[in-house]
Structures are given as structure tokens and as C-alpha cells.
Design a protein around this ligand. Structure first.
Ligand code: BG6
Length: 512
């Protein structure tokens, strides 16, 4: 059945979730599926088989119900809704490393909706186990129906180009590229998808979206949380791998890509790949001119004292892992030649805010007297992704009355005001797309490889040379000073994100 957007809606689907008792399933996948169920976005016949080492259906339902209560955007479910959803859930115990156990899995799956339009294997497990599952499924022919059968994986997809290629080889040995859905949850966020709508559904942006009018573009994804309970993962990842390699580069691609011919998975992904291919390679001996790393020291977040990274639970007291990364990229093509893209992300920063700031060039000639205050703020377009969702155009306007004075003002679009309905969560959008077989918002293998290739010189330099100045930014600040210098060398500056700007005006909580 086709919907009003021409998308195929499967009438039946089977989701097989490896790692059903794990954190990802509990916090994100379960609540997202439940919300899709409430919104009647799941196929009419939907079944879920949760797989783990030791699991029974009651236990699984209880854990998922708890996850929904804690993490769903809708809060605690009604008993009736939950029990209707729980009807779709079954649990299956197996050791996924044991190849012999896949025959039993096949039997379980075939005894249910074996003719479902979609059969999705979601690997919510560490990447070290992907190969075993892919091999196990293939050994019993569960990979064979190329149009119906899909596999979903999430980062970390390796910690280097070589490691990614190895993981990828193990999946592609059995599945075709079109069956593999590599998830980057940022691409499921409404505000991120809106970048394409804003750029290509309006005629006014495209003519100025280039080096003639744009001075530079800054992408900020700042978090105020610390490493939390993820020390085991984060100590091997760090901010560059955790955020820049995937989320921030994806955002940059959406901002920088050429217009697609059609809103079609391959066309959009080809155009995004072109951006990564056009990025200037960072010379191994010039990494410090392109990238800055930081690690948080103790400090204050919203008036509360928080420990430094090295004092967090299970973190090495001499850890060299970066919790902040800023990167400058240059895109060598006609549109962007000479326009720097600055990407920065960090934990324990001054505010939790994600936005893209498009800084326009200054006017070519200033006809106003200096006393009018022109250029006290550059003209820029801010795409707000979190916590505010919308766009702000910041420009100069005349203050009422005389003498003539010019002042920066904001023209705002807010999702919440415009649409008056809550946005679906990123996992909801992405899970619905997988079930429908729409890969537009998923990453293709060549894209992921290109992102790793771009960052390898930085990763290699940082691994070979431990940071002499860690920790180098107090929690609750905007990151290390070196990041200011990175952009100041080009005559630019990071501007305080717009959400934090307004918070700074009204927030009187004591800071460090
Ligand atoms: C994840 C990272 O991919 O994204 C986390 O591993 C980070 O470190 C998270 O906190 C941020 O996502 P969101 O949706 O909360 O902005």
C-alpha cells in the first residue's frame, strides 16, 4: 500500500532484535516502537522477537515497560495500551556466538509471520558480535530474501578506517548494501531533516548559499552532561569518534551538499558523499592548524559542582581521551572554495545546545555613520536543533526614533509554534523508515568510509602525541582556549549559541 508520499507501507513486519535486554533496546528502541504503535505507524501485523542470552517474554515486557515509563516522550503508558503492544512481543534465548543456535531461531521465526513483507534484524549489540550474527543468519539462509530482509547496525562502526572496513566486510559478505541500514540517530531528528526542506523547498536560500555570500559555517553540538556511566565505551572513543565522525559530519554534508535531482536515497547519499570527497585532506604535520582537542576539568554546571573527566567513575586517572573536539574543514569545490566549516562538540559545556550558524559576509560598503552601531553583530542564519527547534535570522534593523541607531534583531521560526504538535523522536522516524525499506536517512558504506578517511590524520596524530595540557577546560565553559585560536586565525569567532545567549540573560545561577 502506498501512502500520500508515495511510500510503501508494509502490511506485515517482523523485527528481530538482538540485545533485547540491553541498554539501547531499553532506552531507545522499545520506547520508539511503542510510540509507533500508539501512532498506528506499525504495520497491521507486527511481531517482535527479542533475543538475548537469558530472557523470557515476561521479563522482556517488564523491562521494556520500565524503559517506556522512563524514556518515552509520552511518559507512562496506560495499562490497556501497554498490554495491547505487549501482545506483539516474544522472547527467544540464544547464544548468538553459537552458529548451531541459528537453526532454532529460523524455526521460531518461520512458525510466526514467515511471509511478512519486511523482516528486520536489528543488532543492538557490540560491533564485535556483528560478524557472528551475520554469519549465523546466513548459515540458515535468513539473509536470502534481498527485498524483504534487512539488517540494522549502529555506531560505534569501528574506531578507525581499517576497523570500520573489517566490520563492513563481515556484514557485506552476507548482505547486499541495500539490505544494510547504518543508523545515525541525528539524521532522524526533525530539525536535521528540515535542513533539506529549508534549502530545497524554498527558492530564497539557494542563490545565497555559496562562497559569494557566506563567510563561514559553524556547527556546534554541545552537551552539558559528562561521560555518565559510559566510561567503558568512551575511553576507547572520545569526542572525535563519538560525535564528529558521524553526527557532525552528517550535519555538515546536509548543509553543504548540492541539490539532489530527486528525493531519493541514492541521489541524496551521492550528493552527501560528494561533500566528504571534496573536503581537503588534513596534512599529517598540520593537524594542529585544523583540529583542537580538550578534556574537561572539574567545574560547575547550572550551579552544581561536577568532577573532572579523570575523576569520573571508571576513567583512567591519566586518561588522554578528548571530551571536546573542534575541527576546521575546507571544501574544495566551486560552491565552497575558501569558506571554512568549523565543527565543535564537547561534553560538560556551558549549555546543552545544538545548532548550525551560517555567518554571512559583511556588507561591501558601509554608508552609515559609525555612531549607528552597524556591524555590532554579524548577519547570520541559525538552524536550531536542540533544545530549541527552529530557525533564527539575525540581522540589523533600525531602532525606532532618532538619532539613527541600528540594532541586531531576530526573526524566528519555531517548530512548536508553527505546527503545534510534538515531533516524533529520531528513533521512531528511523525505525519506521527501516520497516518501509526507505534508506534515505541511513548511511551508506562509502559515506562512512569517507568520513573515517577524512579524520584519520587527526586520530593518528592525537594517538601518537598525548595531550600535554589535559584537562584544559573547566566543566561549564565553552571548551579550551585553543579552540578560540583555531577560528581566530581566520578572523572568525565562535558565537555564543542562540539558546545559551538568552539563557545567559535570564539565568542568575552562580557559576564558577
Ligand atoms: C550519541 C553519543 O551518539 O549521541 C553520545 O554517543 C551523545 O555521547 C549522544 O550524548 C547525543 O545525542 P542526543 O540525541 O542526545 O543529542
Amino acid at each position: 500500500m502506498l501512502d500520500s508520499n508515495g511510500l510503501q507501507h508494509p502490511q506485515s513486519a517482523q523485527l528481530i532484535l538482538f540485545g533485547a535486554m540491553g541498554d539501547l533496546a531499553w532506552r531507545l528502541v522499545g520506547p520508539a516502537l511503542f510510540n509507533l504503535f500508539l501512532d498506528q505507524q506499525l504495520p497491521a501485523q507486527f511481531s517482535l522477537v527479542g533475543i538475548d542470552r537469558k530472557i523470557d517474554t515476561n521479563q522482556l515486557c517488564q523491562r521494556w515497560q520500565d524503559g517506556v515509563v522512563k524514556f518515552s516522550r509520552r511518559g507512562a503508558p496506560s495499562a490497556a495500551d501497554w498490554s495491547a503492544f505487549a501482545q506483539c512481543i516474544d522472547a527467544h534465548t540464544m547464544d548468538i556466538r553459537d552458529k548451531a543456535s541459528y537453526a532454532a531461531l529460523k524455526q521460531v521465526l518461520n512458525s510466526g509471520a514467515d511471509t511478512s513483507d519486511a523482516q528486520v534484524f536489528y543488532l543492538a549489540i557490540p560491533p564485535g558480535l556483528f560478524a557472528a550474527v551475520a554469519e549465523g543468519l546466513a548459515s540458515v539462509g535468513l539473509h536470502r530474501d534481498r527485498s524483504r530482509c534487512r539488517v540494522v547496525v549502529e555506531k560505534p562502526l569501528g574506531d578507525s578506517l581499517a576497523a570500520f572496513q573489517e566490520i563492513d566486510r563481515s556484514l557485506r559478505a552476507h548482505f547486499k548494501e541495500r539490505q544494510i541500514y547504518r543508523m545515525d540517530h541525528f539524521l532522524g531528528k526533525e530539525t536535521v531533516q528540515n535542513i533539506l526542506a529549508m534549502r530545497f523547498a524554498n527558492p530564497i536560500f539557494e542563490p545565497i548559499w555559496n562562497r559569494r555570500y557566506i563567510d563561514h559555517i559553524a556547527v556546534t553540538v554541545a552537551e552539558d552532561i559528562g561521560v555518565g556511566h559510559r566510561a567503558g565505551y568512551y575511553e576507547h572513543a572520545g569526542a572525535l569518534r563519538d560525535m564528529v565522525q558521524n553526527h557532525l559530519l552528517q550535519l555538515m554534508c546536509l548543509v553543504a551538499m548540492e541539490p539532489p535531482v530527486a528525493y531519493d536515497a541514492d541521489d541524496i547519499r551521492n550528493k552527501k558523499l560528494d561533500v566528504l570527497r571534496a573536503c581537503r585532506q588534513i596534512p599529517a604535520d598540520e593537524v594542529s592548524s585544523y583540529a583542537v582537542r580538550g578534556q574537561y576539568a572539574k567545574g560547575w554546571i547550572e550551579g552544581v559542582a561536577v568532577p573532572g573527566y579523570r575523576d569520573e567513575a571508571d576513567i583512567d586517572a591519566h586518561s588522554n581521551v578528548e571530551t571536546y573536539a573542534a575541527v576546521k574543514l575546507l571544501v574544495d569545490n566551486w560552491r565552497w572554495q575558501g569558506v571554512p566549516f568549523y565543527l565543535r562538540t564537547g561534553k560538560r559545556m556551558a549549555a546543552a545546545v545544538s545548532e548550525i550558524s551560517i555567518r554571512f559576509r559583511d556588507i561591501p560598503h558601509n554608508a552609515f555613520p559609525a555612531t549607528t552601531g552597524l556591524n555590532s553583530q554579524p548577519v547570520r542564519l541559525v538552524i536550531q536543533m536542540q533544545p530549541e527547534e527552529g530557525m533564527i535570522l539575525k540581522f540589523m534593523a533600525k531602532e525606532p526614533g532618532s538619532p539613527l541607531r541600528l540594532r541586531p534583531v531576530d526573526m524566528r521560526f519555531s517548530y512548536c509554534e508553527a505546527f503545534k504538535k510534538p515531533s516524533p523522536g529520531a528513533y521512531e522516524t528511523l525505525l519506521r523508515d527501516v520497516l518501509q525499506g526507505d534508506a534515505t536517512l541511513f548511511m551508506r558504506s562509502d559515506q562512512v568510509a569517507a568520513a573515517w578517511t577524512l579524520l584519520m590524520p587527526i586520530l593518528d596524530a592525537w594517538t601518537a602525541n598525548p595531550a600535554p595540557d589535559f584537562p584544559n577546560y573547566p566543566a561549564g565553559t565553552w571548551g579550551p582556549e585553543a579552540a578560540e585560536r583555531l577560528v581566530a586565525r581566520d578572523g572568525s569567532a565562535w558565537l555564543t549559541p542562540s539558546h545559551a545567549e538568552s539563557r545567559e540573560v535570564y539565568d542568575c545561577t552562580p557559576h564558577d
